[in-house]
Ligand binder design. Structure first.
Ligand SMILES: [Zn+2]
Length: 111
């Protein structure tokens, strides 16, 4: 029986439909890579496609994280703005409290 060495795994297999896929473009009508290697390759390609999809998802996830981080940097900015508003209003409140206390003090002193 005619056999063929697979160009990928270098194993000798009988040159039949059982071990090699048919390829009309080849002179002997069979592929140079055995069925097992073709299956492996297909699986690898499938995995690559899955990896690609995961990578794209991760890239999108990282982009989402980036927007969250830039959004996160906006939050301290918001806090800073809020703090500045508090600082502006706080001295007047403290002064009012101080004023009311001195007023009370002067009121008790006059008595
Ligand atoms: Zn092979």
């Amino acid at each position: 029986m005619e056999s063929r060495e697979c160009s990928q795994c270098c194993c000798d297999f009988p040159l039949t439909d059982e071990y090699f896929h048919r390829d009309a473009s080849k002179p002997d009508g069979f592929k140079t890579v055995c069925k097992m290697c073709r299956l492996e390759e297909n699986k690898r390609k499938e995995n690559d496609e899955i990896d690609d999809r995961i990578q794209k998802l991760e890239e999108r996830g990282i982009k989402l994280l980036d927007t969250l981080v830039t959004g996160g940097s906006n939050i301290p900015h918001m806090a800073e703005t809020y703090q500045r508003i508090m600082e502006v209003s706080a001295p007047s409140r403290a002064a009012r409290r101080e004023g009311s206390r001195s007023a009370r003090l002067s009121a008790s002193a006059s008595r």
